[in-house]
Design a protein around this ligand. Structure first.
Ligand SMILES: [Zn+2]
Length: 69
């Protein structure tokens, strides 16, 4: 099982919904997005952090991305 398949098995710990992958230009996963909760779970060193308290609100994540970081 490769890393992408592993990420596909993860669900949102809040709503148990399916997550979409947020990828950078190189195609590596930068975060797991739950559209239903509007939360982005960070991926640190390739390891998804599936904790609601570590998740970033989707609106904040989007505005941060808009600043180019
Ligand atoms: Zn959710």
């Amino acid at each position: 099982m490769n890393k992408e398949e592993l990420l596909d098995l993860l669900v949102c710990p809040v709503c148990q919904g399916k997550l979409s992958h947020e990828k950078d230009a190189a195609g590596s996963c930068q975060g797991l997005v739950c559209a239903a909760c509007a939360l982005v779970y960070p991926v640190r060193d390739g390891i998804p952090v599936m904790l609601p308290e570590e998740a970033v609100r989707l609106d904040k994540a989007t505005s941060r991305a808009g600043q180019g970081k």
